[in-house]
Design a protein around this ligand. Structure first.
Ligand code: F6R
Length: 609
């Protein structure tokens, strides 16, 4: 989703801004722009539709320089991707502004500004903000005061950064509902939508709080809260080494991240040898809260929602804890009835997903005994706002399609199952089995990764296809959903997952020789039922691609291709089968020539509703 980088320095910042944008590319975007205040106190602006590389070309052709500037990658919401709609937006050739988020009352503000004589050049909701700033500056006062007066008129979510040629060494920022960090330097300060953008210039960051405003110059940094009072926010140092963005020998981040899973899963599990040690991962306050848990409500979006669906099977079957799972965009707007003793669990790799954050924020103490977040990003909004935190140790995930962040979420949720199960009399032997299974997981995943070439060969059959069905039963059903989501996200093949038992209630009508059907078929108690469903597909001419372990008793035959997945303990099979399906979608996308790491229309961190 949109990305912001801004700088106030004693040195030239165009390359810092461009490098920041390159580092934000993983978030997903469709246009980019940069505004600098040059030596003659003029605003110099490049904006381009498409990739940051296009902006770089523009800068090469017509270099602009300055010590103060703002830059942006835009993911279109209001108005198509285009040069005109790209940020920064300007007003009166004086102020330039970039924005992440959505301004809900933009239409009313637009009408008001037009009445005041402002011409609105773009179709964006953002442009009104820069004119409001300009109108306020024209009356008098500093850029900070103008920003203070502007934000009170805005309804919606925003992270903002603005420059003004009359205050040439200053950048002012504000945030409500969208993240913004301050990068603290020596003789220079920065703003960005996440720390990644600024790791080349600093390792010290301030995470702005809701409704904060900030004013930076090369030598000063002031933060104000919503009341306009100056406040101190803690500067945090980010540890080196956790974030590598080097592709190494891989062609794409997605395949690199798929192959990083053994280490990521191991790091997330942390080598715990018993359930008490597992509990330490949830923090000091966890035991008191876990003691009260009678039910669990999971809320998440997309891939993280699928992790929640898997967890429901584990929590109910292993821990005996009743569990509901809902997508955040529905949960947040629904009138709900929660039962006493419910723990709210939010799952979000980015920790910034707008709907999940809103769901957390509108959950009340009457409804829930407390909240737990499973996230991959320390200091993200959800991490800061939840009572308990489980940080997955996937390392930075750049590919937009989530892979290692998802499987590490599953490890975290199995660990949650273990600690809650222990409280409800889960036998010691079962606890030991689960721990042993988690210990064996990295090796099982390594063995699954060895299937890479066989899966690549299998994937060729999908290239001419426009649709695909994924079938499974039980706990593998959400894994089939995740497999279908991955395939559609990066290869643009329409894919749907069904619980195999639902086949004859509708989707069977779609099955013909043109419809590849992927089955997730480990040898479990539902296997025979699944086999019957697959026969129904075969007898209608469907082509089957069966991901099954050797004990499942499948054999290659006409229109049935078997992908043998390593045998592994039943409880971790959802994770192992996920890896095989990730490889399938990667190879299909690769051969279709799509932009695997940055699929069209998608964003890594979905900070708007
Ligand atoms: C798909 C994917 C998305 C995210 C969803 C929620 O590969 O990554 O479906 O899972 O946008 O994001 P988080 O987990 O950051 O809340």
């Amino acid at each position: 989703m949109c990305g912001i980088v801004a700088a106030a320095a004693r040195r030239e910042v165009s390359e810092i801004l461009l490098e920041g944008l390159r580092r934000l590319e993983y978030r997903g975007y469709d246009s980019a722009g940069m505004a600098l205040i040059d030596d003659e106190f003029d605003l110099k602006i490049h904006k381009r539709k498409g990739k940051v590389a296009e902006l770089e070309k523009a800068q090469l052709k017509q270099p602009y320089h300055g010590n103060t500037g703002v830059a942006h990658t835009r993911w279109a919401t209001h108005g198509e991707p285009s040069g005109v709609n790209a940020h920064p937006h300007i007003s009166g050739l004086r102020v330039a502004l970039v924005h992440n988020g959505i301004i809900e009352n933009h239409a009313a503000l637009r009408a008001e500004l037009i009445e005041d004589g402002y011409e609105i050049a773009s179709a964006t909701d953002t442009e009104v903000i820069v004119h409001l700033l300009h109108r306020s500056l024209a009356i008098g006062g500093s850029l900070l005061q103008a920003m203070q007066k502007t934000v009170v008129k805005l309804e919606g979510a925003y992270a903002l950064a603005a420059v003004d040629i009359e205050n040439p060494d200053t950048v002012v920022g504000a945030r409500t509902g969208s993240p913004l960090v301050v990068g603290v330097g020596i003789g220079e300060n920065f703003l960005a939508s996440d720390t990644m953008a600024l790791r080349q210039v600093t390792d010290r960051f301030i995470y702005l709080e809701e409704a904060d405003l900030v004013c930076i110059t090369p030598d000063s940094l002031e933060v104000y809260n919503a009341d306009g009072s100056k406040v101190q926010r803690q500067v945090e140092r980010i540890k080196e080494g956790l974030e590598t963005t080097d592709l190494g020998n891989f062609d794409h981040y997605m395949i690199k991240e798929i192959f990083e899973q053994p280490e990521a899963l191991e790091a997330t599990f942390g080598g715990a040898i018993n359930a008490e040690k597992v509990e330490n991962h949830f923090g000091d306050d966890a035991p008191a809260l876990f003691d009260q848990v009678k039910q669990v409500q999971i809320v998440a979006c997309g891939t993280s929602y699928h992790a929640g669906l898997v967890a429901r099977y584990w929590l109910e079957e292993i821990a005996g804890v009743s569990c509901d799972v809902e997508v955040a965009s529905e949960f947040r707007y629904r009138k709900r009835v929660q039962h006493k003793g419910t723990l709210l669990v939010v799952i979000s790799q980015s920790g910034e997903t707008a709907d999940t954050l809103a769901a957390l924020r509108n959950a009340t103490a009457d409804e829930f005994i407390g909240s737990l977040v499973v996230s991959n990003v320390d200091n993200s909004s959800l991490v800061r706002e939840c009572d308990l935190v489980f940080l997955t140790r996937a390392g930075i995930e750049i590919g937009v399609a989530s892979t290692k962040a998802f499987t590490t979420q599953l490890v975290a949720l199995l660990m949650l199952t273990l600690v809650l199960g222990r409280r409800r009399g889960l036998p010691d032997s079962r606890q030991r089995d689960i721990i042993a299974a988690l210990q064996s997981l990295p090796e099982c995943v390594r063995e699954t990764l060895e299937l890479n070439e066989s899966i690549q060969r299998l994937s060729e059959a999908f290239i001419p296809k426009r649709h695909a069905l994924f079938l499974a039963r039980g706990i593998q059903y959400p894994i089939a959903m995740e497999g279908a989501l991955k395939l559609k996200e990066i290869s643009y093949i329409h894919a749907e997952a069904y619980p195999a038992g639902e086949l004859k209630h509708g989707p069977l009508a779609l099955v013909d020789s043109d419809m590849p059907v992927v089955a997730v078929a480990p040898n479990d108690e539902l296997l025979e039922k699944l086999k019957s469903n697959l026969e129904e597909v075969r007898s209608r001419g469907g082509e089957l691609f069966v991901f099954a372990d050797t004990e499942a008793g499948f054999a290659n035959e006409a229109r049935v291709k078997i992908l043998p997945v390593p045998n592994c303990p039943e409880v971790i099979r959802p994770i192992v089968y996920t890896v095989a399906l990730q490889l399938l979608s990667y190879h299909v996308a690769l051969q279709k020539g799509t932009d695997v790491d940055k699929p069209r229309n998608l964003a890594k961190s979905v900070t708007v509703e």
